[in-house]
Design a protein around this ligand. Structure first.
Ligand SMILES: N[C@@H](CCC(=O)N[C@@H](CS)C(=O)NCC(=O)O)C(=O)O
Length: 309
């Protein structure tokens, strides 16, 4: 099996989602620690502009967004599954809700002055400023939630999730973990990290036990890899031929056409290339980078838009 290379940083919640999935599936991986703020030259060499964290590299194939990474890991190693057949649809829906609504509620809740050092370490005022400026630019005009709103909403979401575990259910949707558990987990893991404000979790004792149960999956085995080495691996590799999923044309495009793919919500940096894959669930573009060579950059359909150049 080719090496799984995860580009991430320790305090990134979406990275924790993927690390825990790697632990659940017992997949060994290479760990490239990337910067938390721009500039990220080695990231951009590989992705062509996408700056969000994490992304996964397999040779010269780059997979953006944790939802797509989860699908690719499931294809590589189907057992244990992230998508139990009896509730795959609801698991994906709940996962999408957690990755968007729950995540941004948690962000608005945890970034209280007392908790910041637990999330970002003992940063200098200049480093704090640089972080805030970077995230403000990344979020653009996306609406922000006040702390008051976030505290109320998070308390209510915790009540709802506590209810999902009623009757001693081990996981949110039943006896087996699903992608929904991993998406909720990374958000509440971030609340736990924000120690001075983590007491909000005390209102949900079953959920706290569930958090401990999830944490036991761990991260399996990883080995550090320098980011320049990851770029060199891409350069020395050829993108995979792609799967045999049928071409699905919703944008009146043809394969080989120049397009851009851009997130729909925040960090609106387009990635430009020739369309090489357009299926029911994902897009991929081929681009040539002076340092990384020819790479295919993959995106899920949901959460991204495609535009013809
Ligand atoms: N929908 C994306 C969201 C990723 C995301 O927002 N990641 C945060 C970190 S957890 C990020 O990119 N922050 C800015 C950065 O790392 O540069 C996913 O599922 O991967």
């Amino acid at each position: 099996m080719p090496d799984i290379i995860l580009h991430h940083y320790p305090i990134s919640p979406f990275s924790e989602k993927v690390r825990l999935i790697l632990g659940y599936k017992k997949l060994a991986w290479k760990s490239v620690v990337i910067p938390t703020i721009m500039p990220k030259p080695d990231v951009i060499a590989l992705t062509g502009g996408y700056r969000r964290t994490p992304f996964m590299q397999i040779g010269a194939d780059i997979y953006c967004d944790s939802a797509l990474i989860a699908d690719v890991l499931e294809r590589m190693s189907p057992q244990p599954t992230l998508y139990p057949a009896e509730n795959e649809g609801v698991a994906r829906m709940l996962s999408q809700w957690a990755d968007a609504t729950l995540f941004w509620t948690v962000i608005a809740y945890v970034f209280q002055p007392s908790a910041v050092p637990y999330l970002l370490g003992n940063v200098t005022p200049e480093q704090m400023k640089a972080f805030s400026v970077d995230r403000a630019a990344m979020r653009g005009n996306a609406p922000r939630m006040s702390l008051a709103e976030a505290s109320g909403a998070l308390a209510e979401y915790l009540r709802r999730m506590e209810n999902m575990l009623a009757g001693g259910k081990p996981y949110l949707l039943g006896q087996q973990p699903s992608i929904a558990d991993f998406s909720v987990y990374h958000c509440l893991w971030f609340v736990q990290k924000a120690e001075p404000v983590a007491h909000i979790l005390d209102t949900a004792p079953a959920l706290k036990e569930w958090l401990a149960r999830m944490a036991e999956f761990g991260h399996h085995q990883s080995e550090r890899l320098a980011s320049e080495e990851a770029v060199a691996i891409a350069r020395a590799s050829t993108p995979a031929a792609g799967d045999d999923m049928p071409f699905f044309n919703t944008h009146d495009v043809s394969l080989g056409q120049r397009v851009t793919i851009t997130p729909t919500d925040y960090a609106l940096d387009p990635v430009e290339g020739e369309l090489v894959l357009s299926t029911a669930t994902q897009f991929a573009v081929r681009r040539e980078d002076p340092r990384a060579g020819v790479v295919h950059v993959h995106f899920p359909r949901i959460g991204f838009h495609l535009k013809k150049v």
